[in-house]
Design a protein around this ligand. Structure first.
Ligand code: SAH
Ligand code: ZN
Ligand code: ZN
Ligand code: ZN
Ligand code: ZN
Length: 455
């Protein structure tokens, strides 16, 4: 895919190993996914060596192989070639063009409505010829056009897109929850299915007054939504592909007219880079805050950040006002999360929010109950520990208190006197308990440290 220019760039890259993100840097060079992020290779938890820029969105080099040393001198010629490369790697149709195409498409009789599965594109009759040897769907109904997340195949590339769609039950729960909380506008950041549920209810039910704006890097959605409903956006570097106009759309959406309150809901890929996400979300929060200065003193834009429970401490590092809810978010296409002895899915994915925990009502029919001491809803298996004075389970199972560690631990753990901490029965002493080499936190090893991405 015409990647010659980039592939030829720069001398040898850092070999495999742990990388630390230094964050978005002013004046960073750009790839087709917007400004690159600054990284440094680490060894034994220490940052050392030459810093370099790499693509913010794609951690798989096959998807985008942008690379540049921080101190590298880039010639005018290469800069020009890079600009040309970035231009030529933008989608073939603009959002505007896609909106016009959609208008034409819905005018067609059912028999002429085709969707090319290979190109993931709605086809107008004049284009059929070019796609004859592609697989396509016929008779695309209005209902199908209203649920693009069903029509498009989920991008399952683990490192880059990782599209895991909410199960209907979870999506319905989220929507009802935020309606009950009084929100009328939802900034949907990487939550196309929630956006779609809102859009489709808004078009079908007269007294449904919730609106949503989708921000997502998946440009295929621009075929189904106008510029007021969808912005092509990269949440790892807060980049609006549509430039100032798109940014303004977002800003306007965040402005709370007629008391319509806004909440941001996001479900990013779990691949890590929490600090990059946090930095972008802070910028979105700042955008909200700037829209109405007086009212928002000392307040944060309400937010649901949907993420696995083992990222709790990382998220709290960046957002101390957040807390983790026990609700297990379920997905349609996530085989990994469908285990569990009872046959019920045990999803590790939770809701992190800056709203008061007691307001987040979890469904009793799914086994959640209210703990009056903790003032929040918890999983049925999550017992209140008298010593910790809190409902301590993170994974829904009943945890047990260890007096030596002075905290509750997983039911499968036991106290090892050698290591002087609780750990799995099967473990080799001296390797456990020290915590992660990189961030110092317990519960994971350096190789799986959430603060790192790997080459
Ligand atoms: N559970 C959600 C989907 C979450 S999957 C739902 O059902 O609505 C992660 C989403 O984030 C996908 O829609 C994916 O396209 C989007 N995404 C992945 N990388 C992104 C990036 N760099 N910037 C913005 N969105 C991204
Ligand atoms: Zn890129
Ligand atoms: Zn409790
Ligand atoms: Zn305890
Ligand atoms: Zn212990």
């Amino acid at each position: 895919e015409g990647g010659g220019v980039m592939a030829a760039e720069g001398p040898a890259r850092p070999g495999p190993g742990a990388l630390a993100l230094l964050g978005p840097a002013p004046g960073a060079p750009s790839c087709p996914h917007g400004p690159a992020l600054l990284f440094v290779k680490t060894s034994h938890g220490k940052e050392g060596g030459r810093r370099f820029y790499a693509c913010s969105a794609c951690r798989d080099r096959k998807d985008c192989n942008f690379f540049q040393w921080e101190d590298e001198k880039v010639s005018e010629m290469r800069l020009a070639a890079r600009e040309e490369y970035n231009r030529s790697h933008q989608p073939s149709f603009t959002h505007r063009q896609n909106v016009d195409r959609y208008k034409n498409f819905v005018q067609l009789p059912l028999s002429k409505r085709r969707f090319c599965q290979e190109c993931q594109q709605l086809l107008l009759p004049a284009e059929w010829e070019k796609h004859l040897d592609h697989q396509f769907l016929c008779d695309i109904s209005t209902a199908q056009l209203k649920s693009p997340s069903q029509l498009l195949y989920p991008l399952e590339n683990k490192k880059t897109n990782a599209q895991y769609l909410f199960a209907d039950r979870s999506c319905q729960f989220l929507l009802n929850l935020l309606i009950d909380l009084g929100f009328r506008r939802v900034l949907s950041v990487g939550t196309p299915r929630l956006h779609e549920m809102i859009q489709s209810k808004a078009s079908q039910e007269e007294d449904f007054s919730v609106r949503s704006l989708l921000l997502d890097i998946d440009f295929r959605y621009s075929q189904f939504y106008t510029e007021d409903e969808f912005c092509h956006y990269n949440m790892f570097n807060h980049y609006f592909f549509g430039g100032e106009a798109a940014r303004e759309t977002c800003r306007k959406f965040l402005f709370e007219e007629n008391g319509e309150r806004v909440i941001m809901v996001t479900d990013p890929p779990f691949g890590g880079l929490v600090e990059a996400l946090a930095s972008s979300f802070k910028k979105l929060m700042a955008m909200w805050k700037e829209t109405e200065k007086e009212d928002h003193d000392n307040q944060e834009m309400p937010m649901f950040w949907i993420f696995p429970y083992f990222f709790e401490s990382r998220i709290l590092d960046f957002f101390p006002s957040f807390s983790m809810m026990d609700y297990q978010v379920d997905y349609d296409n996530h085989a990994l999360y469908k285990h569990g002895k009872t046959g019920r899915r045990q999803s590790p994915v939770r809701i992190f929010t800056n709203l008061t925990p007691s307001m987040i009502v979890l469904p009793e029919e799914e086994g959640y109950r209210f703990c009056t001491i903790c003032q929040r809803y918890v999983s049925s298996g999550n017992q209140h520990c008298q010593i910790c004075n809190s409902c301590t389970s993170k994974d829904g199972r009943r945890w047990k208190h260890c007096v030596l560690c002075k905290k509750c631990v997983k039911p499968s753990w036991f106290h090892c006197n050698n290591c002087n901490c609780c750990t799995l029965q099967k473990h080799s002493c001296e390797k456990t308990c020290v915590g992660c080499f990189v961030c110092g936190k317990a519960g994971h090893k350096r190789s799986t440290c959430p603060s790192l991405s790997r080459t």
